[in-house]
Ligand binder design. Structure first.
Ligand code: SF4
Length: 160
């Protein structure tokens, strides 16, 4: 196959996509946004028992500049939402977001005027985890879903 035909078929871009996405998917560094009780299960996820290192995600980063997946664990007040959004904006692209638990996903039992009824009101959530609280296995499953999502993304365009 000639190079012209290969480029015409998108051979080069799909190969670059595969390599870059493989790296990104297997080295997701979480930004732990622990807000309430769900954070305890998030901490368990990062411990040795659940071995998040299998997925390249054992390195929790407390600097937004070094993380690419935010895990919002717990219920969120309107006051706190501004700080979280600011941290999110400081994370470099590409980035992903997990709403961990009923409260982060929908407000949960906290039907109160001061509580945001789902963090997707101010963040682009990629994966929602149900449960109160979800088990660490559910968070592992969410990370795997993000990995699958990354594998279908386009990273480069020749005509850009
Ligand atoms: S979902 Fe349950 S465990 Fe998680 S923050 Fe809400 S009340 Fe706490």
């Amino acid at each position: 196959m000639g190079m012209d035909k290969a480029l015409g078929d998108g051979f080069l871009t799909t190969t670059v996509d595969t390599i870059v996405n493989w790296g990104r998917a297997n080295a997701l560094w979480p930004m732990p946004m622990g807000l309430a009780c769900c954070a305890i299960e998030m901490m368990a996820f990062a411990g040795p028992k659940y071995d998040a290192a299998r997925f390249g995600s054992e390195v929790m980063r407390f600097s937004p500049r070094q993380s690419d997946v935010m895990i919002v664990a717990g219920w969120c007040t309107y006051k706190m939402s501004h700080a979280i959004r600011r941290v999110w904006d400081q994370m470099p692209d590409p980035k992903w977001c997990i709403a961990m638990g009923a409260c982060a996903s929908t407000g949960g039992m906290h039907r109160a005027y001061g509580v945001v009824q789902g963090v997707d009101n101010f963040l682009p959530v990629d994966v929602y985890i149900s449960g109160c609280p979800p088990r660490p296995e559910s968070l592992i499953n969410a990370m795997l879903q993000i990995q699958e999502k990354i594998k279908t993304e386009h990273t480069a365009k020749l005509d850009a």
